[in-house]
Design a protein around this ligand. Structure first.
Ligand code: SF4
Length: 248
């Protein structure tokens, strides 16, 4: 499979990925967004002082977790010195520290920490991926970059759709990225008006459709200020587990 160098090539290549392994490779090789390619590679070349001795990944970050997951965690984009450094989503930054500790408490991860791609972390019944696969400046992808990356999200959801029961959207950006995926994977038009993102918001479910749960993003902006607490995160993940089990 050749590497995508334009959004049109992403649209052509992503649907052809036969499985998650092929999709992961296609994502990792992508160079379709010039601004993001330049940024991720500049960050990888200059590095943060604390990581000066490390080789950064500096490429798009694929999803992580088993292919038969019933729960998906949908984030915004990799962090410049987190996923863009380690090559694994939410790995090596403070957001990931909060998220994986919560996943471990919920019984969805084998360990509470996520520091490097070879640290032994395994997820149970959960796959994590982002709406945009390259680290953006200021954590803000443009609408064009979000749209360029959307075929990867669609294909990832499509490949796990046979088992997928619950999607936890971390923040409003991920919440809004869900609707086009819903439409193209499940053939269900997005509701009008579209449900507003809120922490604890829930939409969907029913025959053949996963439930969408809203959760404040695990960014330091939210966790350091107490806007998102460990207890709030535990409640959302507990609900996700119960929904996946059909217990609620
Ligand atoms: S954001 Fe997505 S489409 Fe753009 S270069 Fe990265 S992987 Fe490719």
């Amino acid at each position: 499979m050749t590497a995508a160098r334009t959004p049109a090539e992403v649209r052509r290549i992503a649907p052809r990925a036969a499985d998650l392994a092929a999709l992961d490779v296609a994502i990792s090789d992508c160079r379709a967004c010039p601004r993001l390619v330049a940024w991720r590679e500049e960050v990888a070349a200059t590095r943060r002082a604390a990581y000066a001795g490390q080789t950064y990944w500096g490429r798009p970050v694929p999803g992580f977790g088993p292919p038969d997951a019933r729960i998906a965690i949908l984030g915004l984009a990799p962090a410049a010195h987190g996923g863009n450094r380690t090559g694994r989503v939410f790995t090596g930054d403070r957001s990931g520290d909060v998220l994986f500790a919560a996943l471990h408490r919920a019984g969805l991860a084998n360990q509470p920490t996520s520091v490097s791609a070879d640290d032994g972390l395994e997820l149970h019944d959960t796959r994590i991926f982002a709406a945009v696969r390259c680290a953006p400046p200021d954590n803000k992808p443009t609408p064009d970059e979000r749209d360029a990356c959307m075929p990867f999200l669609r294909r990832e959801v499509e490949l796990i759709a046979p088992t997928l029961r619950v999607v936890v959207a971390l923040g409003a950006f991920a919440w809004s990225a869900w609707w086009p995926a819903l439409s193209s994977v499940y053939g269900t038009p997005p509701p009008r008006p579209r449900p507003t993102f809120a922490h604890g918001a829930q939409w969907g479910g029913g025959p053949g459709l996963p439930v969408l749960l809203g959760c404040y993003h695990v960014s330091q902006q939210n966790t350091f200020t107490g806007r998102l607490t460990a207890a709030m995160l535990d409640t959302v993940l507990g609900r996700a587990r119960a929904l996946a089990d059909g217990a609620v």
